[in-house]
Write a protein that binds this ligand. Structure first.
Ligand SMILES: O=C(O)C(=O)C[C@]1(C(=O)O)C=C[C@@H](O)C=C1
Length: 365
């Protein structure tokens, strides 16, 4: 074959490439329409039966020279690319997505900006145990210029025999102290029917890791319209986490903050494995504030400070950490909560690192 003949054949190949390209994109357009319809109907994108039918039809009509296996392989690649296209299209339409809203969501409560220019420390005891216990923490908050107080009133515990929380009494304590010290209060709610009452007591409803895919709770929190802090599930992928947040936004509530709290892996040295890359990923993919819970992810006092620094360094909007006046006698998480002097040391170290700034300047206290 002469060089000229190769050139002539290549010209034909170029033309066919363009035809294939046009047909592939025409096909992709149809697949996108199917994808949107599937999203509306809540049908799974992946349809192996449909793929099998298409492969059978193609193989039946294959006259070579490509083998049937090659045809199957090539078209499987096209199906995969089509699925990816449907997936990224679906992401584009999510309300939580940066593609939907480019600017950061900033949630302002009692003058505190979550997701604003400076990171926020969310801290307090694991469980609300008594007025005196929470008050001691709150007094220290005020001294340290902190504005956000967490405390659990409903405790979803691994064992049913462990302390389950004070319930409404715990919420009442938080409300009283939040009002007394002008602190933003956060507490976990586990039952949809408790949400409305809880919103009267606390400024932010927390939906915990074990309830991240409790869709009825998510929808009810969405309808409530009260700020929500949503924690990542123990074994949830980033995609599942994002969809969980979408449930809340889809019901009309855009005041949602995300919290990475570690995921379950084979590693036993820490309570969970802090997925630090989740922070920049969630910041890229969504416009919501992102926090890092260093207490539940590590379960170790000695790792709280370095992990908090890491969280801030990768762009989190703040850190969540547990502090108790006397952790040894705490009714939950005794091993991992800081006492007040330890907590103050952590605040000092974070300030010294330059990653965290004084929330209320000394002069304004
Ligand atoms: O027909 C569908 O249901 C599609 O979503 C389209 C399509 C395709 O590329 O043809 C894509 C993914 C599915 O797994 C099956 C088929």
């Amino acid at each position: 074959m002469s060089q000229d003949q190769v050139e002539i054949l290549r010209k034909q190949v170029d033309e066919i490439n363009l035809q294939i390209l046009e047909l592939m994109n025409k096909r992709a357009g149809l697949v996108q329409e199917i994808g949107q319809e599937k999203l509306k109907q809540g049908i799974n994108r992946f349809d192996p039966e449909r793929e099998r039918e298409m492969l059978n039809l193609l193989v039946e009509n294959n006259n070579g020279p490509f083998t049937d296996d090659t045809v199957r392989h090539l078209f499987k690649q096209i199906f995969q690319a089509s699925l990816d296209l449907q997936k990224s299209d679906n992401k584009k339409v999510l309300l939580v997505s940066r593609k939907k809203k480019a600017e950061d969501t900033v949630i302002t409560i009692k003058g505190v900006e979550f997701g604003g220019t400076s990171p926020i420390l969310i801290s307090g005891p694991c469980s609300v145990e008594s007025y005196e216990q929470v008050r001691e923490v709150a007094e220290n908050h005020v001294k340290r210029g902190l504005r956000t107080l967490r405390g659990g009133a409903y405790k979803p515990r691994t064992s049913p025999y462990d302390f389950q929380g004070l319930g409404v009494e715990g919420l009442e304590i938080l409300k009283r102290i939040g009002d007394e010290f002008n602190l933003v209060t956060i507490s976990e709610i586990v039952t949809p029917s408790d949400l409305e009452l809880a919103a009267k007591y606390v400024d932010v409803i927390q939906i915990g890791a074990r309830n991240m895919q409790n869709f009825e709770l998510l929808k009810a929190a969405g309808r409530l319209g009260h700020p929500v802090l949503l924690k990542r599930g123990l074994a949830a992928t980033i995609e599942e986490f994002i969809y969980a947040a979408e449930y809340i936004l889809s019901e009309g509530n855009s005041q949602v903050m995300l919290c990475e709290r570690g995921i379950r892996t084979y590693e036993k040295a820490t309570r969970n494995t802090l997925d630090i890359s989740a922070v920049p990923l969630l910041k890229q993919e969504t416009h919501l504030p992102v926090f890092v819970d260093v207490t539940h992810s590590t379960g170790r006092r000695d790792l709280l400070l370095p992990c908090a620094k890491a969280g801030l360094a990768v762009g989190s909007d703040g850190i969540m950490v547990e502090v108790h006046p006397d952790p040894d006698v705490a009714l939950s998480d005794a091993k991992q909560q800081l006492n007040i002097p330890q907590f103050n040391k952590m605040v000092d170290d974070l300030l010294a690192s330059g990653l965290y700034k004084q929330e209320i300047p000394v002069a304004a206290r």
